[in-house]
Ligand binder design. Structure first.
Ligand code: SF4
Length: 338
């Protein structure tokens, strides 16, 4: 499968009066052409910082990509000039955010805003841009697109505004779309419709998607693979099936137990106790130690070496180490004898 994006050993820091926050700490992942990769985790785990780093939207200062590579179509984005990045943003890589209102200018018509980016980047005539704008509005499910081009953002509902934002992000036909919590500000019914729209646009345009979310329900619907982040690190990655049905990291299991699932009706929901560690001075060992019911002596001291469970499934947890497995097996056998 062709890789469209590779993130290698990415570190992002923020300087504050209180010290340096290590928000992203050695993240590695890739995105295949035409797939949807979800990055999930609690608030503050580094998922949005990672996506902003890909767009080179980390405010510097106080933020900084302190180490690593972000390879997009053979080029390391961390090394590109701001001018070259401006040429990429909105054209080859687009991003949509949680609140559609912040992405739309309330004083301009939808048509003007849709055509603007296209005319700026593709240098096409106003008439040709209008044809493309109508085509995109139609694709994202806006009825009577020709008439509605003349309307302003306040004349659209929240769900319709998010559809317009998606149309704006896609109008230059980017290869990569990054959606940061795209359904969080919407009610449940509209959320489902927007998720269906993502599936449709991927089918029609072939765009590769990174979906950032704290909501595993969103992921279940459209992701091909899932990256689970905790305290600035990727602690588990796998296909949707592997992460949902064979999760191995206690944090992933905790996340799954804390959200309602249609396939497990009647199951009790259990929140994960405790809070993530302070990223001013993150622990040397596993950052989940203080919250993990299976924590061992080694966990606190040494970060777990990653274990490859399948070609697509990797996990960072000492429980996967053969020595821990033998110890657990012996403990289980002794308990059974008693
Ligand atoms: Fe728990 Fe240790 Fe695994 Fe971390 S490495 S998740 S503390 S068992």
């Amino acid at each position: 499968m062709e890789k469209i994006l590779e993130v290698k050993d990415l570190h992002v820091t923020f300087s504050t009066y209180g010290g340096t926050v290590k928000a992203v700490r050695g993240v590695n992942f890739h995105l295949n052409k035409g797939e949807t990769l979800a990055i999930v985790g609690e608030s503050g785990c580094g998922k949005s910082v990672t996506s902003n780093a890909i767009m080179r939207l980390i405010p510097d200062p106080p933020g900084k990509i302190s180490k690593g590579e972000i390879i997009f179509r053979g080029k390391d984005l961390t090394k590109l000039s701001e001018k070259k990045m401006r040429g990429l943003r909105g054209v080859d890589i687009s991003m949509i955010f949680q609140d559609p209102m912040t992405a739309l200018n309330p004083t301009l018509t939808i048509g003007t805003q849709l055509k603007e980016g296209l005319q700026q980047h593709r240098k096409i005539s106003s008439d040709a841009a209008e044809v493309k704008a109508i085509e995109m509005m139609d694709l994202v499910g806006i009825p009577s697109p020709k008439e509605r081009l003349k309307q302003y953002p306040h004349q659209f509902s929240g769900g319709m505004r998010q559809r317009i934002v998606i149309a704006m992000a896609l109008i230059c036909e980017p290869e990569l779309l990054i959606a940061d919590e795209p359904t969080t500000a919407l009610d449940v019914t509209i959320q489902a419709q927007i998720l269906e729209l993502f599936e449709k646009i991927q089918e029609v345009t072939g765009v590769s998607i990174i979906l950032i979310t704290h909501d595993l329900g969103v992921v279940a619907k459209i992701a091909d693979r899932i990256v689970v982040m905790y305290a600035g690190k990727i602690i588990e990655v796998g296909t949707k099936r592997e992460v949902f049905y064979q999760p191995e990291h206690p944090y992933t299991k905790g996340l799954l137990n804390s959200v309602p699932r249609l396939d497990l009706q009647g199951e009790k929901l259990t929140p994960i106790d405790g809070t993530p560690p302070d990223l001013f001075s993150p622990p040397a060992g596993c950052p989940f130690t203080a919250r993990c019911p299976f924590a061992m002596e080694v966990c606190d001291k040494v970060y777990p070496t990653g274990t490859t469970l399948s070609e697509t499934h990797q996990v960072d947890c000492w429980l996967q180490d053969d020595r821990a497995k033998r110890l657990l097996a012996t403990t289980a056998a002794t308990t059974a004898e008693k």
